[in-house]
Design a protein around this ligand. Structure first.
Ligand code: FPP
Length: 246
């Protein structure tokens, strides 16, 4: 039986988030410039988006560019931004074919105008796709998101729109960039590092974490299916005992 056939279709993660790491090392190992790794990484993005559609994962969120990535060499940033524009143009048909709506989170105003315009063009063209949501985290940092959230809520408190006693999880959820997304069920990080790197800190409170040494450009459909099968073998207790959830 293929890996895909072994997956229990009724127990796939509702929201999968991925830290796509290892593009630079992949390129270095092969003697290429780093951008080659990002280009191959973009091909892996397409493969994984399609694989998630096939096994009907409703929400997929990809960490494409962090607030910290602005500190990379200027040329790498420029080439990554160009690659983003090209990928958005090229993959609109993939999104339409699989009925996927594009969404973006992060400090999007910090993006170059050409990226911003292309991004919102695709968001607009896919907004009626209801089955699945692909979210790109761009110029995203969880701490920046939390600061933004606290500022917005503080202003509402100051203007008597919210009273401090009424601040609960849902108030906070409604002010995060991810306000329209459910909590993350499974977080995958490729590339061998075992850290979160300022990604969705609030939203992964109860997520299962899966780390693999495979570099992102080498990450295939079958590697994704292995991660899903691993997830399906875990017992998610959400603080309860094993007996309570049986
Ligand atoms: C991490 O690898 C990857 C990134 C910072 C960028 C991710 C971008 C892509 C996968 C390509 C385009 C994206 C889309 C959505 C089409 P790294 O450069 O940190 O690798 P390293 O740790 O080996 O140096």
């Amino acid at each position: 039986m293929s890996l895909q056939d072994q997956i229990d279709k009724n127990n796939v993660p509702n929201h999968l988030a991925v830290i796509m790491d290892g593009n630079g090392r992949w390129a270095k190992k092969k003697g290429f410039f780093r951008i080659k790794g990002h280009e191959k990484g973009a091909k892996a993005v397409k493969e994984i988006v399609e694989a998630c559609a096939e096994i009907k994962i409703p929400y997929l969120t990809l960490y494409a560019f962090s607030t910290e990535n602005w500190n990379r060499p200027k040329l790498e940033i420029e080439l990554l931004m160009k690659l983003l524009i090209a990928s958005l143009k090229k993959e609109l048909k993939t999104l339409q074919k699989h009925n996927i709506k594009l969404n973006a989170i992060g400090n999007l105003n910090a993006l170059p105008i050409k990226v911003y315009n292309e991004l919102f063009d695709v968001i607009k063209k896919t907004e009626t796709n209801k089955q699945k949501t692909l979210t790109l985290a761009l110029s995203y940092g969880s701490r920046e998101e939390i600061i933004k959230t606290i500022k917005e809520i503080s202003i509402k408190v100051k203007n008597n729109i919210i009273s401090p006693e009424n601040i609960d999880e849902s108030v906070i959820n409604n002010h995060l960039y991810t306000q329209n997304l459910p909590d993350v069920d499974l977080l995958i990080r490729t590339g061998g590092e075992q850290r979160i790197s300022n990604f969705l800190l609030w939203q992964i409170a109860y997520a299962e974490l899966y780390f693999t040494d495979i570099l992102w450009p080498d990450f295939t459909k079958n590697n994704l299916f292995e991660a899903i099968l691993n997830y399906q073998n875990r017992e998610r207790r959400f603080g309860k005992t094993s007996e309570q959830i049986k």
